[in-house]
Design a protein around this ligand. Structure first.
Ligand code: IMP
Length: 181
């Protein structure tokens, strides 16, 4: 498939980075691993809104073992830099005590958001806690995280598309675009 050309989003230019079909192929592999690792464990997927909504939808379609899904929302990110502050965790209705939790995230940058989220879950004593993230920026990560299911390790550049936004825009693109140099 040929990716469309350069994009202007607000004040930034972006260039094609990853094709939709490559993303789906990798997600299928992640799904296979999760199906094997969590058979008979009734995992609870907790996708983090807003960014993970498309990844979560495609990942869940690859899961063929019994499971549950409960979305949460955190507020922590503005523009191109992360604040590292999880201001609020909204929407978790399911009791996570004794459950096998798989946090579903679009991208781990510094890792501070995930780290704080995990800290807020630990008092409820889940049976296990792992992370499924579509992207990680290894050069940017500042904390130890259970990054068990990683789609792609990428360089430390800003990307958009497939759920990821730049100041609210670009989530709707099928492909991933990287900020132009
Ligand atoms: P962290 O706390 O630095 O790991 O930031 C995690 C959050 O920042 C992600 O859930 C995204 O919402 C956002 N983020 C980090 N890097 C990017 C990027 O390259 N594009 C879009 N959003 C990003």
């Amino acid at each position: 498939m040929v990716l469309s050309r350069e994009l202007q989003v607000l004040d930034l230019k972006f260039v094609p980075f990853l094709d939709h079909s490559q993303i789906l192929e990798r997600i299928s592999e992640l799904g296979t691993s999760i199906n094997q690792d969590f058979e008979n464990k009734l995992p609870l997927f907790i996708p983090i809104l807003n960014g993970a909504f498309i990844f979560a939808a495609d990942l869940l379609k690859e899961i063929c073992i019994p499971c549950e899904v409960s979305f949460v929302k955190v507020a922590s990110y503005m523009g191109e830099s992360t604040s590292g502050q999880v201001e609020e965790v909204l929407g978790l209705k399911t009791d996570i005590r004794g459950r096998h939790i798989i946090l579903v995230e679009d991208i781990v940058d510094t890792g501070l958001t995930m780290s704080q989220l995990i800290k807020s879950f630990m008092p409820f004593q889940p049976a296990s806690l792992s992370i499924a993230t579509l992207f990680v920026k290894p050069d940017s990560v500042q904390v130890e995280l259970p990054l068990t299911y990683v789609g792609f390790e990428i360089e430390n550049k800003f990307i958009i598309g497939y759920g990821l936004d730049y100041n609210g825009q670009g989530r709707n693109f099928r492909d991933i675009y990287q900020k132009a140099d």
